[in-house]
Design a protein around this ligand. Structure first.
Ligand SMILES: Nc1ncnc2c1ncn2[C@@H]1O[C@H](COP(=O)(O)OP(=O)(O)OP(=O)(O)O)[C@@H](O)[C@H]1O
Ligand SMILES: [Mg+2]
Length: 280
């Protein structure tokens, strides 16, 4: 299957070898005003892996994601991204690091005064890419999210699902080595949510980009774990015989602690009473 062929490339941008985790948290804690939000968190995300992050509201999911791209710094512990320690990384180096990371924020975070084209091209403008090349890349990214017809529109003219698509196009425009999706389906109806999950899946199965995806919807998490994108039909389809995607794993956070770190099968077979209750 195409899926297996594409998993073992080394990144042209980071030159990372395959053993080095793309995301590596060791003993990470962070507190705000004496209140511990993440408490001694350790986990790794391998190259090509999609890590779904679940857990109740306020459990520290967004904080974890902001730590991963250096928007927040930990109180203690070590964070390595692409093998590089970022705890004390100077801001200008973090800026370079973030050029290799695509982020889809919890509320889309589009600029209302900019057109879809300028929103998606934003990072390219910062990198002084020529107008002609930027336009070409914007069109390509918008095609990926099936929104090329909206290129001249403004965010206020778009539905919630379309705004989320624009946000995804913006995150993938630089062909990042890591994508962070913070609740990309939050606030969307179930049908629109599924179309967004399908895009996350397409990115996983076509580009094999390492990613973290926070979601509140178990349904979205299991859709991602149990389906694969079919490039021929342009749609997802269930993995045969009730199989699961091996590159998709789970992390469950509750009250600042990791309560689960493992595969889909391990999650559905868990005997942990709190997890079983959460999943039911
Ligand atoms: N910059 C900050 N300053 C102070 N407290 C913060 C800050 N960011 C997050 N917190 C607190 O950290 C805790 C975890 O927040 P976080 O946003 O990570 O939760 P979450 O798991 O993403 O929740 P949700 O599912 O609602 O998005 C909350 O109690 C929040 O108030
Ligand atoms: Mg959050």
């Amino acid at each position: 299957m195409a899926n297996e062929i594409l998993t073992s490339t080394s990144s042209p941008q980071t030159g990372l070898d395959e053993q080095t985790a793309v995301v590596d948290f060791q003993g990470v804690s962070i507190a705000f005003d004496q209140k511990t939000v993440l408490d001694d968190i350790s986990f790794t995300v391998a190259r090509g892996e999609t890590r779904i992050i679940l857990g109740p509201a306020g459990g520290g999911k967004s904080v974890l994601m902001k730590l991963a791209n250096g928007l927040l710094r930990p109180s203690s512990g070590t964070i390595r991204i692409f093998g590089e320690e970022i705890n004390h990384m100077p801001e200008r180096d973090l800026f370079k690091l973030r050029a290799k990371i695509g982020m889809v924020f919890q509320e889309s975070a589009l600029f209302d005064s900019l057109s879809v084209e300028d929103n998606v091209a934003y990072r390219l403008h910062e990198e002084h890419v020529s107008e002609a090349e930027a336009h070409e890349r914007v069109v390509e990214a918008l095609k990926f999210v099936e929104l090329e017809q909206a290129i001249q529109k403004f965010p206020s003219e778009l539905s919630g699902g379309m705004r989320r698509r624009v946000s995804i196009a913006r995150a993938i425009i630089s062909k990042p080595d890591l994508i962070l999706y913070d609740s990309p389906t939050g606030g969307l109806d179930p049908i629109t949510s599924t179309t967004i999950v399908e895009l996350v899946m397409k990115q996983r199965d076509v580009s094999h980009t390492t990613s973290l995806m926070i979601t509140h919807r178990l349904q979205d998490a299991f859709t991602l774990a149990m389906n694969r994108f079919d490039p021929e039909t342009g749609k997802m389809r269930p993995i045969p015989d009730g199989g699961v995607d091996e590159s998709t794993k789970f992390l469950v956070l509750n009250e600042g602690k990791i309560v689960f770190d493992g595969t889909t099968l391990e999650l559905v077979q868990t005997q942990d009473p709190w997890l079983r209750d959460y999943l039911s």
